[in-house]
Design a binder for this molecule. Structure first.
Ligand SMILES: [Zn+2]
Length: 145
């Protein structure tokens, strides 16, 4: 049996990996950091090989997996850096976020970059209505030290 690593992202922006035979094998996995069900599967790192049962491929697989993990860390850092800029530029509308983005979508409020709070369920509803919302990772909200 060979297993593959699949990357998932929860609505709070946590990226985590799950070992499965096939992506379709399981229900959406639950985020180990915050417990919300994963929202989407991220594209697998290129060159990621299934892990096979022989020593040689296990070693090769291990190196590949470590590289893939590094690539994921780098990708997440880049995402955090981008979101940090977004956090700086966006107007904080707090709990009014869902109403604010809907008003902008309707055209009754001027379009601008806003950030605020909403539940994963509300975020999913906004996306279903064609409104792009992105999770802000916790790290992007912490001041740099
Ligand atoms: Zn999470």
């Amino acid at each position: 049996m060979s297993l593959k690593i699949f990357d998932y992202c929860c609505s709070n922006g946590h990226v985590f990996e799950v070992w499965l035979r096939e992506a379709a094998d399981a229900d959406p996995p639950v985020c180990p950091e915050c417990g919300t069900p994963a929202e989407r599967r991220l594209p697998s790192a290129p060159g990621l090989k299934p892990v096979e049962g022989t020593t040689r491929t296990e070693v090769a697989g291990d190196v590949t997996l470590r590289r893939a993990a590094e690539a994921r860390r780098a990708a997440k850092e880049a995402y955090v850096a981008v979101m940090r800029r977004v956090v700086e530029k966006a107007e904080d509308v707090g709990r009014n976020f869902p109403d604010a983005v809907r008003a902008m979508e309707r055209g009754s409020e001027e379009r601008r970059l806003v950030r605020g709070e909403c539940t994963p369920l509300v975020a999913a509803e906004l996306r279903a209505d064609g409104i792009d919302v992105l999770p802000i990772p916790d790290e992007a909200l912490k001041p740099l030290n």
